[in-house]
Design a protein around this ligand. Structure first.
Ligand SMILES: [Zn+2]
Length: 415
């Protein structure tokens, strides 16, 4: 078993040890007799850092980056390295260096989680069922059917008060029997007899193997963010310490950028955004109405200038500057207006070449041609996809080449 130095001192960033084992597959790794590197467990993620050969610290080849640290099944800690440890063999004396910025961040998040979980228990009797630490935020899952906004804010306030009071965070070891009488917030599964307790003075007592701050003031602050319903209850995302400041900084930058788009103060962004959305909605409505009117007028002109032949009017047109919605609308107007006016019936073979080359075939209900079948044939020729009913069909093609010729061919079939 590797002697875990972080159990006794979370602020130990430098240590000396001896290589026990050198692994080359599946990834290069070292096993040491003792380590201050924390392996991923209990929701807290691993440390990174460096391992240097103690005999020859000047040799840069003997300094290796530790990229991941994991627990092995037999109680050993595996230090995965970025490159094969050529200068290391069993018995080599090494010096380990923990990336202290990363460790301090983890201690702030993890200790912050203890305070926050205890706050939810104290205030609302909501136990934490799981903890997750990601690269830029953390989350706890609370066992509760609902979590209103005022409860979130109360828990955040209490957690920050406990931080402000700078309460001592002590580590002590007790037997499982003793622990049973202490009323722990969370008792781990019965694996070992001795339990490591994290005691936030007069606020929280729980069993944990992670790294923690010495006083709650070192957590600095806790900011609660997104909450969402999950299978087990409610997930609460939070950030502590420097992460809280970095997150608030990013939020402010985002909000400032958005406010600049509206030439507004950041606190007026929601109203400004609402106003813009209302305007967009109203303009969209106006545009639809205008399109409708334009299509109707266009259809009337086309029908007026097209002579009737075989008891119906055949309108064939390729547009370069109308979208699919417009030609669809136009096809509807052509086949609808012609029958409504009692002036017979019509067939419309329309296409647009941009923005997306598309075709619409439509006919008045009184006619018998199968537009869907004609569209399928045309698509097979042009390499596109489409279909529809006997009265109306649409298709899309990858490029506009050959569209006009295809329409002429279909028109010839209708004569
Ligand atoms: Zn912990």
């Amino acid at each position: 078993m590797t002697d875990r130095l972080y159990y006794h001192d979370s602020f130990l960033y430098d240590f000396d040890a001896e290589v026990h084992e050198v692994l080359e597959t599946p990834r290069p790794a070292l096993l040491l007799d003792r380590t201050a590197f924390y392996p991923t467990s209990g929701g807290q993620v691993f440390d990174t850092g460096w391992i240097v050969a103690a005999e020859n610290p000047a040799n840069p080849g003997a300094k290796l980056r530790v990229t991941e640290v994991a627990d092995a099944e037999d109680g050993k800690v595996v230090h995965y390295l970025e490159a094969p440890p050529r200068d290391f063999k069993p018995g080599t004396r090494i010096h380990g260096q923990i990336d202290s910025t990363r460790r301090r961040d983890h201690m702030q998040q993890h200790s912050g989680q203890h305070v926050l979980s205890a706050a939810f228990v104290r205030l609302f009797n909501m136990p934490t069922v799981s903890f997750h630490m990601a690269d830029d935020y953390c989350s706890i899952d609370l066992d509760t059917p609902n979590l209103p906004k005022d409860q979130i804010e109360s828990a955040e306030r209490l957690a920050n008060e406990i931080i402000l009071e700078n309460r001592p965070v002590d580590v002590r070891y007790v037997t499982r029997d003793e622990a049973g009488k202490l009323g722990l917030r969370k008792l781990p599964p019965a694996e070992r007899d001795e339990l490591r307790l994290i005691d936030i003075r007069d606020f929280d007592l729980t069993a944990c193997g992670g790294t923690h701050v010495r006083q709650t003031g070192q957590i600095a602050s806790i900011l609660l963010r997104k909450t969402e319903r999950v299978r087990q209850g409610w997930r609460v995302e939070f950030v502590a310490g420097q992460r809280a400041v970095a997150t608030a900084r990013r939020d402010f930058a985002t909000l400032t950028e958005t406010a600049a788009l509206f030439s507004a103060h950041i606190y007026d962004v929601p109203q400004q955004a609402q106003k813009s959305l209302d305007e967009i909605r109203s303009l969209r409505k106006q545009r639809e109405q205008a399109q409708e009117e334009l299509a109707a007028a266009h259809a009337a002109t086309l029908l007026a200038e097209t002579p009737e032949s075989n008891g119906r009017k055949l309108i064939v047109r390729v547009f370069a500057d109308r979208d699919l919605n417009f030609i669809k609308l136009l096809a509807q107007k052509l086949t609808h207006q012609s029958s409504q006016a009692g002036s017979g019936s019509a067939v419309a073979l329309l296409a647009t070449t941009s923005p997306q080359p598309s075709l619409i075939f439509a006919r008045s209900p009184t006619l018998l041609h199968d537009m869907g079948a004609l569209m399928k044939e045309t698509m097979a020729k042009l390499g596109g996809r489409g279909g529809g009913s006997k009265e109306m069909a649409q298709g899309g093609v990858p490029k506009s080449d050959g569209i006009a010729e295809a329409l002429t061919e279909v028109a010839a079939k209708l004569v």
